[in-house]
Write a protein that binds this ligand. Structure first.
Ligand code: ADP
Ligand code: MG
Length: 200
């Protein structure tokens, strides 16, 4: 990926997190401890601080470095989980990935999140967006970028009626029902930002 496109990708993803930090916090206030917006914003700012350095690296190295930054700088469950997602992508993505190679690397990255989260799809977490988005990506075909974006948004909405089985929200039991999962929302926002850059 060209360094200017990579810079734009990093900026879009970081900025969507920063501009939605209050919304993410509100969601986490309903079923968690109210820090998801702050956690994600801290990570986004730490990544923007390294923007020149990250934009100049080959894509796999940039993903690995961004993931390490998240693990180091972001408290809460989401830092290590998103950090692992990016570090695994960095490890498994070739320099100029084809669509199939991208889908494969995303699949491995989602599996790595499941492993360190001891979690799976269906438990009202970020995985309820990451899993379906990987599935959509792997299905290929035409209009893929738009389909991936829509699948991510629909999957985040679909966490509303779910009961949380992992993470802090699980402490609420049935009272977690009726609220969107904060991590599902942040995942769908970041995926939409990636899609925006891919479309240009
Ligand atoms: P914390 O829960 O430590 O306060 P955050 O508020 O930043 O951390 O992130 C909460 C989000 O992290 C949840 O909404 C959920 O999507 C995700 N999450 C929490 N635990 C897990 C897990 N074990 N596996 C996958 N995702 C998880
Ligand atoms: Mg929280």
């Amino acid at each position: 990926m060209e360094s200017s496109a990579q810079r734009r990708l990093i900026e879009e993803v970081a900025n969507v997190v920063i501009s939605h930090a209050d919304e993410l916090t509100t969601l986490d206030q309903a079923i968690g401890d109210g820090d998801h917006g702050l956690n994600m914003k801290r990570g986004a700012l730490a990544i923007l601080e390294r923007l020149d350095d990250l934009a100049a690296k080959p894509l796999p190295d940039a993903l690995t470095a961004a993931g390490q930054t998240l693990v180091m700088k972001v408290g809460g469950a989401s830092g290590p989980l998103y950090g692992t997602l990016l570090m695994t992508l960095g490890k498994d993505l070739p320099m100029a990935p084809s669509r199939d190679e991208l889908a494969r690397a995303v699949g491995l990255a989602v599996a790595a999140v499941k492993k360190i989260g001891r979690s799976d799809v269906g438990q009202k977490t970020m995985l309820d967006v990451l899993g379906p988005v990987h599935e959509e990506l792997a299905s290929g075909g035409s209009g893929l970028v738009d389909r991936v974006r829509q699948r991510g948004a629909a999957a985040a909405d679909a966490t509303v009626p779910m009961k949380a089985i992992k993470g802090r929200a699980s402490f609420l039991g049935d009272r977690s029902i009726g609220h969107m999962d904060p991590g599902a929302r942040s995942a769908s926002l970041m995926i939409a930002a990636v899609c925006t850059v891919m479309e240009d």
